[in-house]
Design a protein around this ligand. Sequence first.
Ligand SMILES: [Zn+2]
Length: 223
Amino acid sequence: MDDSTARRILGVGPHASLRQARKAYMQRAKMVHPDRYAHAEPPAQREAQRAMAELNEAWRTIRLGPPARPRVDHEPAREPDRAEPPRPRGCEICGHIPANRIDIRSLTGLLLIHRSERYAGVLCRGCGTALWRDVQAQTLTLGWWGVLAVFVNLAVLVNNGSYLRTLSGMEWPTDRVAGTEAPLSEPMPATRKVTARVLPWVATVTAAFVVALLVMLLARNAP
Ligand SMILES: [Zn+2]
């Protein structure tokens, strides 16, 4: 794989730093990782594996490739490519339109600290909804378990909720932008609804119970 193909697959420009390329790789890998497709149909699983292998190769190409040639000050200014009309921006995962910017987080509470993971990108309704359900279920399950995390998690859930409204207002993806380099050829298969999963319920009800208990104990011991 050559450098320009690798950069197209990762969605980074010719002058992007290694750090930017790594960030793009991590973002995409997180979203198309085959673990997300454990419950999907076999063709979707194979497609995710293929996409992941391609992303890995693109990142390896950029990471191990020749060092970027030094920037020349008098590089001739390139004529803008007029032949190519601007393409609509398709979903970063599957290349379909319509797509909108989604920026959601998951939280893991670890008693005194917490760890947050961000999933941001331009996504279609199919990929966005599949990802949203996984991320929201994860934060509802793991986000409550810390002193500060309880409060941070509420903010995370509210932020994620606003993007669910964005997703619900979008049309379902129809067409793929021609020539797009998105890792998957079809939108991500649907994941289970958050309300149909057991762990988020158990964790959230338990967390609410613990908080209520603490508040009662504090109230009783107050002078
Ligand atoms: Zn998509």
